[in-house]
Design a protein around this ligand. Structure first.
Ligand code: ZN
Ligand code: ZN
Length: 67
């Protein structure tokens, strides 16, 4: 494996997101948002389920937490 400057691809719901990129092109609307750990919280549209409202997949590109 060759060493790359960028980190390994960060995937959310099957889409690759740009780690550390505040203008991540694959994020949902107002995301990514800064997370308390210093990383960015990315989001992908999760869909609508039954009587639930639309929901999002969220995950921080640094610590891995979701909102
Ligand atoms: Zn993203
Ligand atoms: Zn975090």
């Amino acid at each position: 494996m060759t060493k790359q400057e960028q980190q390994a691809p960060f995937t959310l719901d099957g889409f690759e997101h740009s780690v550390g990129d505040p203008a991540c092109p694959d994020c949902w609307e107002a995301y990514p948002r800064p997370h308390g750990c210093g990383g960015l919280m990315h989001a992908a549209y999760g869909g609508e389920e039954g009587d639930r409202d639309e929901w999002l997949y969220t995950r921080c590109d640094r610590c891995g937490e979701s909102e």
